[in-house]
Write a protein that binds this ligand. Sequence first.
Ligand code: ATP
Ligand code: MG
Length: 568
Amino acid sequence: MTAENKETEEKKSLNFIESFIEEDLKNNKNNGIVMTRFPPEPNGYLHIGHAKSICLNFALAQRYNGKTNLRFDDTNPEKEEVEYVESIMEDINWLGFQWEGEPRFTSDYFDQLYEWALKLVNTGYAYVDDQSSEDIAKQKGTPTQAGTESPYRNRSIEENLDLFTRMKNGEFKNGEHVLRAKIGMTSPNMHMRDPIIYRILHKEHHRTGNKWCIYPMYDFAHGQSDYIESITHSVCTLEFEVHRPLYDWILDHLYVEGTIRPRQIEFARLNLSYTIMSKRKLLELVQENLVSGWDDPRMPTITGLRRRGFTPASIRKFADTIGIAKRDNVIDVALLEHSLRDDLNKTAPRVMAVLNPLKVVITNYPEDKEEWLTIENNPEDETMGTREMPFSREIYIEQDDFMEDAPKKFFRLAPDKEVRLKAAYIIKCEEVIKDSNENITELRCTYDPDSKSGSGTEASKRKVKGTLHWVSAKHAIDAEVRVYDRLFSDEDPAGHKDKDFKKLINPDSLKTLTNCKVEPSLKDAEPESKYQFQRLGYFCTDRRDSKPENLVFNRTVPLKDSWRKMNK
Ligand code: ATP
Ligand code: MG
């Protein structure tokens, strides 16, 4: 099915998560409530994979009149994370979503989590192990071979209580003891073999300070945080499928009748071709200055995509189009670009800009004359209106729109050949001016005064092979244009054992052009304004560097849509 067909399909069938939710609603499992959450760890910026998860969680809640929490999973005491917390909130809002109430933090639940750990100890479902984590790992066994029970497994409840309390009170050093769930050492699922649920870590936490020197493990913290927040459907990626029995086991032992019991549902994470999606690897690019920062327009981060010129609507549409899967797969990055072009094609005004200018003097056009031509802003959408664009004796065209020794199929400008200037006149190249090094510096052309576009004359209807974009030299504004391309030249940059992903960076992923000319209507372009530069692609003003007196544009994507072509 092509993307377009899928988009216009009237009513989509339910995806498997929606089916689960509808089943729960039918059984009145949670009193008709649907509550989801997005649980990022504040240790990096969000990327397009997170965007997929955000769109999914918020859309599910919206569809069933529910709500979505934002929960920072700060279980691990890490260094200062304020920058990440703030960027995550900004990115979610930019995507068009608002979480319920205040953002939440797993660390806010440390007291409750500790109480629950005590409850497990008190009911005989957790014990303190004095062995090192290395020894514990050695006793784990293999999936086909049972593990060995710890010699401390059958301590009395009183002894466990005493030790766990003293762990909390800071009487022991890091690693001296751990708290383990007492489940069994024979399960084929390794996560179920008496997993560690609390460890000693004398480390300051950025929110709780030095209050705690024991911290819960992810599996214990995550499910119980879901429970605290009355999350009905806890959606996560496939690698947590094997954690689900533990998620359920812990809840079985803590659940109180009449409360909402969360259900974990897994889906396949988004993988995109030509992209890396690991926060650790993205951080390496930033730290080693291989990109200009987390928001470098080539980064797959949400803030990078934003700066590149992606729209929230195009990302939401992409997330919806790819749907959700139960098996890992790789999505072609061309589909993401297609979704963006589809949006910008309808919403971005079309303007003229010349990236590599070549001066053209129209010798039979009066020197002091100028005309303001009326041009449609977007033929796809009449309501976007028209604007005036100046025409005069000297204009710029694109250097590669002229060839001195043009092959037959070159339908642009060449000596003695005619082209139409978009929305203006037909010109003919009469003379090529060169400098002492044989570089072309200027063209001398004549124009046909009767050929003005839309004037209704015979000459205006005359067909010539090529149409070029142009700007009037004396009216044009100088601009810098950063021509971005994909960051990696390899389809699967992180997928090579013998090759460092950083060696696979596309050397042509950024070309900076400083001598560009854009039409005067762009003078007051606001930051993040999006345009189609006629015949060149989609561009936007850089939200950090573009100023009215010093315009800077980023190329978002070229016009060519390899996805549309492939699926025709
Ligand atoms: P990394 O492993 O790169 O650090 P992570 O998955 O651990 O990423 P989290 O901050 O824990 O990052 O992720 C928050 C949420 O986003 C989780 O629910 C996670 O499952 C989801 N998520 C992360 N990456 C993807 C992806 N590529 N596709 C879909 N969902 C994702
Ligand atoms: Mg994670």
